[in-house]
Ligand binder design. Structure first.
Ligand code: ADP
Ligand code: MG
Length: 354
C-alpha cells in the first residue's frame, strides 16, 4: 500500500529533531478516549478520571540514569525523594491532593541492596512529608543503569480542577517561589564533577551553592501554594507545574487556552544564589528561568479581581498577563523592549540532561 507523504516524512525524521511533544502527538493520535469516565486523557499534567463526586488524577514520570540523573553526584536518598516529588508536582498542578504512588524500578548489577535501601529511604521521606501511600510497583533487572518509573494518583473536587486550558484575556500570570535555581545547581554539579575527574584529590567547591544544589537534588512540590490559594479563595483559571522551564510552560498554557501572553522580564523571581551562578557561567539569569526547568514551581493564571490579594504575597509573583492569541507570546525586557518568546525548555530528546 502506498504510504502518504506525511507518513513517509515522519518515518525519516530523527526523533531528536521531532522533540518530545510532537513525538507524543504522533504516537497517541489514534487514541481517542471511549469511556465516559475518562474526563481528560493526554495533554495536561495528569489524566482526569470521573469518580462520582470527585475526580481521580493519574500521572507518571520516568527518570533514567544518564539522562535525568548522574549517580556520580546524586545521593540515592535524594533521588528517591525527587522521583516521588516530581510526580506529586503534577497532581498539585491540577489543584489536586496526591494520595498514592506506585514505583517501578529496573536495576543494573552495579546497585547493591544497601544502595537501593537508601533510595527507598528517600521515597519514604517523601511519602511521609506529602502524606501519600506507596501501594505497589514492579522490580526487574536492567542491562545498564537505573530506571525509575513512578505513577502518582490523587483526587480533586470536580469543580476545582485547574487545567492548562482556561486562561482568559487580561488574566494575571503568576508563578510561585523562584525559577532557574535547579538548573544553576545542575551546572555547579556538572562543573565539580569535571574538576574531580581531572583531579580526584580535589575537594568539591560546593559550600556557597547549598540552595541551588538542594533545588536540583531534592526539590519540593508546591503543596503549600495550593493550600494558600485555597485559603485566599482563589481558583486559578489555568495551571501547570514548571518542569521544563517558564517559556515552555507558558507556551503550553497559551496553546491550550488559545491565548497570547506578555511576561515582564524584571518580574520573574530569581534567587540571588541563582543570579550569582548565572554570572559565573556568563549566562543571563533570565535564560535559567525561561529554559532551565526542574523548578517544580506552579505557573498559573487568575482573574484580575485577585490582584490585591496577591500583590504582596511573598510566595507568589505576578509576572505578566494574558492577551489575545494574535498577540503571540512576548517578553518585555527590563529596558522596555518587546521580544517574541521562544520555548527552548528541557526537551527529553533535544538535550542530554546530565
Ligand atoms: P509533564 O511535563 O506535566 O509530566 P509531559 O510533557 O511529560 O507532562 O506529557 C504531556 C502529556 O503527554 C501528558 O498528558 C502525558 O500523560 C502524555 N504522555 C507523555 N508520554 C506519553 C506516552 N508515551 N504515551 C501516552 N501519553 C504520554
Ligand atoms: Mg507537569
Amino acid at each position: 500500500m502506498k504510504k502518504d507523504k506525511k507518513q513517509e516524512d515522519q518515518n525519516i525524521i530523527n526523533i531528536s529533531e521531532l522533540g518530545e511533544f510532537k513525538l507524543i502527538d504522533i504516537l497517541t493520535a489514534d487514541f481517542k478516549p471511549v469511556l465516559k469516565s475518562t474526563i481528560t486523557a493526554i495533554g495536561d499534567d495528569t489524566a482526569v478520571i470521573d469518580c462520582g463526586d470527585k475526580a481521580m488524577l493519574i500521572t507518571k514520570d520516568l527518570l533514567v540514569e544518564g539522562i535525568h540523573f548522574d549517580i556520580a553526584y546524586t545521593p540515592l536518598k535524594h533521588l528517591g525523594y525527587k522521583s516521588v516529588v516530581v510526580n506529586l508536582s503534577d497532581i498539585y498542578a491540577m489543584n489536586g491532593t496526591p494520595t498514592q504512588i506506585v514505583v517501578g524500578i529496573a536495576i543494573s548489577s552495579r546497585y547493591t541492596v544497601d544502595a537501593l535501601k537508601e533510595f527507598y529511604e528517600g521515597i519514604k521521606l517523601a511519602c511521609d512529608k506529602y502524606k501519600v501511600d506507596l501501594v505497589g510497583g514492579d522490580t526487574c533487572s536492567s542491562a545498564s543503569g537505573l530506571f525509575i518509573s513512578v505513577t502518582a494518583v490523587g483526587t480533586v473536587d470536580k469543580d476545582k480542577i485547574t487545567y492548562r486550558k482556561g486562561a482568559k484575556k487580561n488574566d494575571l500570570i503568576c508563578v510561585s517561589g523562584n525559577l532557574g535555581a535547579a538548573y544553576a545547581g545542575l551546572l555547579v554539579l556538572q562543573r565539580e564533577k569535571k574538576v574531580f575527574m581531572a583531579n580526584p584529590n580535589s575537594q568539591p567547591d560546593i559550600e556557597n551553592y547549598s540552595y541551588v544544589l538542594e533545588r536540583q537534588l531534592k526539590p519540593e512540590a508546591s503543596k503549600f501554594i495550593i493550600e494558600q490559594l485555597n485559603e485566599m479563595s482563589i481558583l486559578p483559571t489555568s495551571m501547570i507545574d514548571v518542569s521544563d522551564g517558564l517559556a515552555s510552560e507558558i507556551m503550553h498554557i497559551c496553546k491550550n487556552s488559545r491565548t497570547g501572553a506578555y511576561l515582564y522580564e524584571d518580574k520573574i523571581p530569581i534567587d540571588p544564589e541563582t543570579i550569582s551562578v548565572a554570572e559565573e557561567f556568563n549566562i543571563s539569569p533570565v535564560t535559567f528561568a525561561l529554559s532551565g526547568g526542574e523548578d517544580y514551581e506552579l505557573l498559573f493564571t487568575v482573574g484580575q479581581e485577585h490582584f490585591e490579594k496577591l500583590q504582596n504575597n511573598p510566595y507568589i509573583k505576578i509576572i505578566g498577563y494574558i492577551t489575545n492569541v494574535c498577540d503571540g507570546l512576548n517578553i518585555i525586557t527590563a529596558d522596555g523592549k518587546q521580544i517574541p518568546l521562544r520555548a527552548q525548555g528541557w526537551d527529553a530528546f533535544k538535550n542530554n540532561r546530565v
